[in-house]
Design a protein around this ligand. Structure first.
Ligand code: ATP
Length: 374
């Protein structure tokens, strides 16, 4: 099922009688999600991810704009009539019911023409349980399950009504690190197997990048960039997006362009032909540094951390705006741990520059603006 969001806006009125300050939770959001895709809605706390999801589900009414499922305008439809499956962070299972009863519950509440006979309901519940691999736990109560198993029950319960759209709001937040990893792969598998158009809300960029076909990065209710995870990582449109994606995070420096060269801390570190003289922010991905004896950029060495295949060089520089500079280099590079300084050449496609006022990207060399959309 294709989902179209058109100029979707949500404004919450002020709660404070003395001030008229409204909260614009989502502002003029427009994008189309093609049928069968898994979209990660990503951004820091308060950026409007959940509000967007609740508007798609029907739990919240937009202040403006429209929502289409396929050709149907569902903007004013109630949640029950939209055919959405919802999974929240807290699994919200009924504690006194068994797994089977929990999964059956949405089917037992179907009315009129949608009503199913008992056998069909049981079959459907078992099918959903098999899909999330909890069919061997049907007689347990939620308290007798692990967090990961409980979340699978919640997913089965959302799937049992065969929704047109599956909406997941931070579904992995209550799980420990290992289970998070496992469950996110499960969600990916289930989504592929069912082909249900799915929207997944998270503030965890790694999680969104690893399972989404497409990510939508939001800030303060406004979409910043939409694209394939790798494209957004390789080609961010502004400093916010560049900083939001990537572990370790991107290294940001105060810099300036003069005579077609990028200067960081007084050193000409890269050719940026075609860019007019100006103040900029330069952001360099950790994998963008090449240690070189006569490298263009000089940093003070803090420490070297060996991480198996890679080496992480931690260093400092007067112009840095992040607490340290973290560069990831191949373990083949031999760097003396007792050296005071380390010099780097830079990989041009791993260096992004941004206007120092608007923080919008300035493209140089063979860089060009990314394709947007899905
Ligand atoms: P988180 O990751 O913390 O859940 P989020 O990106 O999902 O954040 P939302 O919950 O959509 O963000 O909230 C967006 C903005 O709208 C926030 O500033 C929030 O305080 C505000 N907001 C959300 N719900 C309401 C409400 N019912 N009344 C007033 N303001 C609200």
């Amino acid at each position: 099922m294709k989902i179209v969001l058109q100029n979707l806006t949500k404004v919450f009125p002020s709660r404070n009688k003395k001030s008229n300050e409204e909260v614009v939770a989502v502002s003029d959001l427009s994008f189309t999600i093609p049928d069968g895709k898994l979209v990660g809605l990503l951004g820091p706390s308060g950026c409007g991810k959940s509000t967007t999801l609740y508007m798609i589900s029907g739990l919240q009414k937009p202040t403006g704009g429209q929502i289409f499922f396929g050709e149907d305008d569902v903007t004013t439809l109630s949640p029950e009539n939209r055919g959405v499956g919802l999974v929240f962070q807290n699994y919200a299972l009924y504690p006194h019911m068994t797994v089977k009863q929990n999964i059956l519950f949405p089917l037992q509440n179907l009315k009129g023409a949608d009503k199913l006979d008992k056998n069909t309901m049981l079959e459907r519940a078992l099918e959903a349980a098999r899909l999330v691999q909890i069919d061997n736990l049907m007689d347990r109560k939620p308290s007798e399950l692990s967090g990961g198993q409980q979340q699978r029950v919640a997913i089965a319960r959302a799937l049992v009504k065969m929704p047109r759209v599956l909406l997941l709001d931070e579904p992995l937040s209550n799980l420990d690190a290992r289970l998070r990893l496992q469950t996110r792969e499960e969600i990916r598998r289930i989504q592929r197997e069912t082909g249900i158009t799915t929207i997944f809300v998270t503030h965890d960029q790694e999680e969104a990048m690893s399972i989404s076909d497409v990510i939508v990065v939001m800030k303060l209710g406004v979409v910043q960039q939409i694209g394939k995870p790798q494209t957004v990582y390789d080609n961010p449109v502004n400093l916010f997006v560049a900083k939001f994606l990537g572990t370790p995070p991107i290294n940001v420096f105060k810099a300036n362009v003069k005579g077609g060269k990028l200067y960081i801390n007084g050193e000409a570190v890269l050719d940026v032909q075609g860019v007019a003289d100006r103040e900029v922010f330069a952001a360099i991905r950790p994998e963008g540094f090449i240690p070189a004896e006569n490298g263009a950029m000089t940093c003070t060495l803090s420490s070297i951390e060996v991480m198996g295949r890679d080496v992480s060089i931690v260093s400092k520089n007067e112009a840095m705006l992040t607490p340290t500079i973290r560069s990831i280099v191949d373990a083949d590079y031999k760097i003396s741990a007792t050296a005071q300084t380390v010099k780097f050449d830079l990989k041009p496609h791993k260096v992004f520059i941004f206007d120092s006022e608007t923080e919008e990207r300035i493209y140089f060399g063979d860089q060009s603006a990314p394709e947007t959309g899905i």
